[in-house]
Design a protein around this ligand. Structure first.
Ligand code: GTP
Length: 245
């Protein structure tokens, strides 16, 4: 069997992954479950960086469509990611992982500011680095943050944790005939406008040959299967075309 070929990964978590479907706030059991998955990666010798969203607390786009200025709404969303990062840090440290939170927006009294070289050093020392505060700029998503940080700190792959088990050719909730891709190229997923990640994030990954694996982090054993070299979810990479699962 193939081995998992990556030693340094960036785990992208949505804010919604910290709460039950349709709810807001933080569900401690979910955060603990994610910390446990991170521990599994760490135990197998993989260096882990994390980018976390904030949608469980505040959705910038929704507020903007309700009339709030987009930049203000985005800054509020970035603050929400810091709350989530601290929650995840707590849960990780309870399972004996050493973590550092770095925020793109300076908040010296609660976490480190984002310094690329310091983040690299933390990863070299086998610490889990949790990136908060998005890119620090409005108009960018946390998916774009994930792409940017992954490239900056030399991760080899982005694991995008979702509540569905990969990327489909149409919405599997609405279309029973939807088929899952085992693999799809960046150009193909941009062309098809698949809503797996926003176009800025996908383009950044494409230009920097950063593969993405989209998978359901809450399906028991999924991460272990991935680390054992099995095909899980959907891989998005630089090759042309696609293959169905
Ligand atoms: P090394 O330099 O590799 O030893 O890293 P380190 O993170 O252990 O050293 P440092 O002295 O930078 O940090 C010690 C602790 O202080 C860690 O828990 C950091 O997360 C925390 N820390 C560092 N800088 C800041 C900051 O600007 N604000 C806050 N709130 N904590 C910080």
């Amino acid at each position: 069997m193939k081995e998992f070929p990556y030693q340094r990964i960036l785990l992208k978590l949505s804010g919604e992954s910290l709460t039950e479907s349709g709810k807001t706030g933080i569900d401690q059991r979910r955060v603990d479950a994610i910390a446990e998955e991170i521990r599994i990666c760490h135990r197998s010798g993989i260096r882990v960086a994390v980018v976390i969203g904030g949608g469980n607390i505040f959705r910038g786009m929704a507020a903007a469509s309700g009339g709030m200025e987009r930049a203000t709404a985005d800054y509020m969303g970035m603050l929400a990611t810091v709350i989530n990062a601290l929650a995840l840090q707590e849960s990780c440290e309870r399972v004996d992982l050493i973590t550092r939170v770095q925020s793109a927006i300076e908040m010296k009294s609660i976490c480190e500011g984002y310094i690329r070289r310091k983040a690299m050093r933390h990863l070299e020392k086998n610490r889990i680095v949790i990136f908060a505060g998005g890119t620090g700029n409005p108009y960018f998503t946390t998916d774009t943050t994930a792409a940017l940080r992954a490239v900056e700190v030399s991760c080899q792959v982005i694991l995008k944790a979702t509540k569905v088990d990969g990327v489909y050719d149409s919405d599997p909730v609405k279309d029973p005939a939807a088929r899952r891709f085992a693999r799809i190229g960046f150009a193909e997923s941009i062309k098809r406008r698949l809503r797996v990640m926003d176009q800025t994030a996908l383009t950044l990954c494409m230009e920097n040959q950063m593969p993405i694996i989209v998978f359901d982090i809450f399906k028991s054993g999924n991460l272990q299967r991935l680390l054992a070299g099995e095909t899980v979810g959907t891989t998005i990479d630089g090759r042309d075309g696609f293959e169905y699962a």
